[in-house]
Design a protein around this ligand. Structure first.
Ligand SMILES: *Cc1c(COP(=O)(O)O)cnc(C)c1O
Length: 360
């Protein structure tokens, strides 16, 4: 068995130590006599798992009890509608920054339930940067303000967070949660699909400040989409994604062992610097995102020739460097390097890029 260097954008790598621990516990968890997969979500064996996942995530983010932590299903995409259904209950208006394809989808979905203002957009430049915004364009009566902190497809990230005053700030952190340090108390709602930086797909983390949920959701909101219901039931209104939550718990333990978010951020900067330095010194490869907004998680680049890009991806695969093809919307090459990617994986890729360039 030989494990490859996996640059997948998601589902993505999981730390090897976590996989090994999950394997050790696969058949029999503790003295339960069964696999976590086989447990009732309401059993006394499972309850400590979800509770521990929650408390470790709370510790990692440093958020207090005024925030509720939920483990939901439906991916980040479900949140594109769950958020407006629950929050568009005042003025019925929301502000969005359109910094990428997922941000655009989120705004479009919200517009089914209320009035969406696009405060700033980089769509005209194929989302190659994070658009700048003007404070005076913000709607002070908006029910919330939505951003996407890391743009997975285009390889950009917010380096500054908008000041939204009394308007609750909502962030899709699917692709950089637990890799970058923020003052999380600035956010009223944070959500992330697990499959990039948290664990297996099938669970979505929602961290929500309870005081923004004063009102009931829009009247047609299904119970399963109602945050109040999910909070009341401790994410167990129905059967949650039990095994994914267990693996997420192991990942949270692993991150804490490594030194928490500050350590993850340092590593992320180191990994990204190796690849961006290689790009900047290359005469063949060209980064596709604006330097000031370069993502630490998704490194996007091209050679300028689609056929050569494809050859690069194919030859890299032969060396055990896999999933380097850019997103189907944009093509080119993308290396996704989340928390679980070891430095030597990135070094192997940089080395391969240099050899590919020399060979021509
Ligand atoms: C992957 C991703 C999504 C979509 O996530 P699903 O879990 O597939 O719904 C949304 N937003 C961002 C920023 C992402 O990276």
């Amino acid at each position: 068995m030989k494990r490859v260097h996996n640059f997948s954008a998601g589902p993505a790598m999981i730390p090897q130590e976590v996989l090994e621990k999950a394997r050790r516990e696969l058949l029999c968890y503790g003295d339960s006599g069964m696999s976590v997969m086989e447990m009732s979500h309401r059993s006394s064996d499972y309850k400590p798992i979800i509770e521990r996942a929650e408390s470790l995530l709370r510790e990692l983010l440093g958020v207090d009890k005024s925030y509720k932590i939920l483990f939901l299903q439906g991916g980040a995409t479900q949140q594109f509608s769950q958020i407006p259904m629950n929050l568009l209950t005042g003025s019925g208006r929301a502000d969005y920054i359109e910094s990428g394809n997922f941000a655009q989808k989120a705004a479009k979905e919200a517009s089914r339930y209320g009035k969406v203002q696009i405060v700033a957009s980089s769509a005209a430049d194929a989302y190659n940067h994070v658009p700048s915004w003007k404070q005076e364009d913000f709607d002070p009566q908006a029910d919330y303000f939505h951003i996407t902190t890391n743009n997975t497809i285009f390889g950009t990230r917010f380096t500054e967070i908008p000041e939204t005053g009394d308007v609750p700030l909502v962030a899709d952190m699917s692709s950089n949660i637990l890799a970058e340090d923020y003052d999380f108390s600035k956010f009223s709602l944070i959500y992330a699909g697990a499959q990039k930086n948290i664990g297996p797909s099938g669970v979505t983390v929602v961290i929500v400040k309870e005081d923004i949920l004063k009102k009931e959701p829009l009247p047609f909101t299904p119970s399963i989409m109602n945050y109040h219901t999910m909070i009341k039931e401790g994410s167990m209104y129905n059967t949650p994604s039990t095994y994914s939550i267990y693996v997420a718990m192991l990942v949270f333990e692993w991150i804490i062992d490594q030194g928490g978010i500050p350590a993850m951020k340092k590593l992320a900067e180191k990994r990204a610097a190796i690849l961006y330095d290689t790009l900047d010194q290359s005469r063949l490869f060209k980064g596709t995102s604006a330097k000031k907004d370069r993502s630490l998680m998704n490194i996007t680049f091209i050679t300028g020739d689609t056929e050569r890009d494809n050859r690069f991806v194919a030859e890299a695969k032969e060396e055990g460097l896999v999933n380097l093809k850019g997103h189907r919307l944009v093509g080119g090459i993308r290396a996704s390097i989340y928390n679980a990617m070891p430095i030597d994986g990135v070094e192997a890729l940089a080395d391969f890029m240099k050899r590919f360039e020399k060979k021509g």
